[in-house]
Design a protein around this ligand. Structure first.
Ligand code: APR
Length: 248
């Protein structure tokens, strides 16, 4: 792993425009479970039952009780880990421009990254399904489920459920930065969910080097990524930043 960390530090030091794509694995060390694999949320719940827009519309009480309330507690307590801090440091060092994240936890912004594309929306806001009023999640009273807006409408998290479109702006911008970057860090994603998993492909086809960080191989490994650094994102990012600081 150390050789690959050195290699990544060299590749990043020589880069002009770095983008990162992150998934649930980037937030595991902050106490937020991933979706797939051992201990993943989808081991406990059927995603089509608790994370598809049709199931939310059919029974918002069930989805609020089963998934959303748990997520709120976990996200409320979560703090940025060394992966988030490392990406913020790479921005400070003038290497990293943009983070495309599939995560809805807001931890990249909390760590200090200033250009974060929330590809699957954010849990920091709820919106009313009647009048579309947006309210910060921390201001929404969830003592009654489902929580309701002053207009009587039901609140839903401002995340993208399965069966919903990716917001056009987020999709378009992600595609843009993927074509422009010369190095893409792909951190903690299984590469299963589309269209997010297309972004490393777009970057690769535009000539970028793809560096993957994950304790396990994924669908991208060997196909799209130039190399995989097998390890937890926090440790690996901490190692990479330390190497870059030594080189600079
Ligand atoms: N550091 C880095 N990666 C890790 C770590 C770690 N400490 N621990 C686990 N991983 C990796 C796993 O090996 C796996 O490849 O993180 C990945 C998590 O994969 P998923 O749970 O599938 O998460 P993600 O790819 O973000 O899912 C995409 O699916 O359910 C939907 O909307 C949800 O945004 C989510 C999307």
């Amino acid at each position: 792993m150390d050789d690959l960390i050195k290699k990544a530090a060299e590749d990043l030091s020589g880069a002009k425009n770095v983008t990162a794509l992150t998934g649930a694995g980037a937030s595991i060390e902050s106490g937020i479970p991933a979706f797939r694999g051992k201990g993943g949320l989808w081991e406990k719940y059927d995603p089509m039952e608790v994370a598809h827009i049709d199931s939310f519309l059919q029974d918002p009480v069930k989805v609020w009780n089963l998934l959303i309330k748990d997520m709120k507690d976990v996200i409320d307590q979560a703090q940025p880990n060394d992966c988030h801090k490392g990406l913020a440091k790479l921005e400070d060092l003038g290497k990293l421009k943009t983070v495309i994240t599939q995560n809805v936890d807001g931890l990249h912004q909390m760590a200090g990254n200033t250009d974060v594309i929330e590809f699957h929306g954010t849990f920091a806001w709820q919106r009313c399904m009647e009048c579309n009023t947006h309210v910060e999640t921390r201001h929404v009273d969830i003592s009654e489920i489902p929580p309701r807006c002053d207009c009587g409408g039901i609140f839903r998290p401002n995340v993208i459920f399965f069966g919903e479109m990716i917001p056009q702006e987020a999709h378009w911008r992600s595609h843009q930065v993927a074509t422009e970057c010369d190095v893409m860090l792909v951190i903690g994603t299984s590469g299963v969910v589309q269209p997010a998993a297309m972004m490393p492909v777009v970057a690769k086809e535009s000539g970028a080097k793809i560096i993957e960080i994950n304790p396990e191989s994924t669908l991208l490994t060997g196909e799209i990524s130039d190399y995989l650094i097998k390890g937890p994102a926090g440790d690996v990012m901490k190692g990479i930043v330390a190497q870059i600081e030594k080189m600079d």
